[in-house]
Design a protein around this ligand. Sequence first.
Ligand code: PBG
Length: 327
Amino acid sequence: MDPLPPADRPRRNRRSDALRRLVRETTLTTSDLIWPAFVVDGEGDRQPVPSMPDCERYSPDVLVDEARTAFELGIPAIALFPRLDDNLKDATATESSRADGLLQRAIRRLKLAVPDMIVITDVAMDPYSSDGHDGLVKDDQILNDETLPILAAMAVAQAEAGADIVAPSDMMDGRVAFIRDALDEAGHGDVGILSYAVKYASALYGPFRDALDSAPKMGDKKTYQMDPANRREALREVELDVREGADIVMVKPALPYLDVIADVAGSVDIPVAAYQVSGEYAMIRAAGDKGWIDGPAVMMESLLAIKRAGADMILTYAARDVARALR
Ligand code: PBG
């Protein structure tokens, strides 16, 4: 029998745990995590989200306690999403730029109680819009340029309340530059922009829309969110956002789009974020809770894969569980 040439034995590097740790190329740490959380009005309130086990909507006081715990676990940042009552929604998302709107109140309380935690806020009309779209609706069209001042006013209101980073997730053209100008003009030159630069029109946002009651009332989001079939187009979106002044660019969803994450990470010199979205979380949790897969292990493997593809940071609803497991 012909022995293998001695050099052709990659298994030599896998012989023990210590050796595997030594040659490991990618490490997931708690510092990579951003925890997305849902906010509702009220006091002492926690509302479970049935399609997202262990994710709840918190009233601002509960949010503050939960955020403090997350920060103490080592999670550096929280991303906030408000759920509004229907009677506060309208066609122009008026509530989104009010100084005492729900999200703005939540930001203020959070920054007062846990000042060092990075607060990231979503900039998009959908949770505030009676149409459930991310832009202004006219007939059956989603208007682009007319939406930009609404987004800018929303971002400025969030910055005034204390947001560290605003995160436009609407996919309107030109919104990063428009928001950057508005922030600078309002004296918020230090507030960063995490752009959802590459956001696909994905079927994986369903549980999130349940959580916020934010599903579109008519049509879908395919005229503004990207076609899942497209890869090169992601680089065009990223290039535009970088030129417009984005500080961080994001790809979303994450696991089904690792090729895109890798392309983007290879093409920009600013940090890249990835969003493991609600449907990704729900799938892993559902199969795990049924005992069909080892849920926590699949979660870790997924996040590691997202990082290996090139993400510098990951938004995940499992952030707290993962932080506990990494301790
Ligand atoms: C709103 C927004 C969405 C998500 C983040 N911001 C939903 C959408 O675009 O319909 C989805 C997040 C998730 O599914 O976890 N613009």
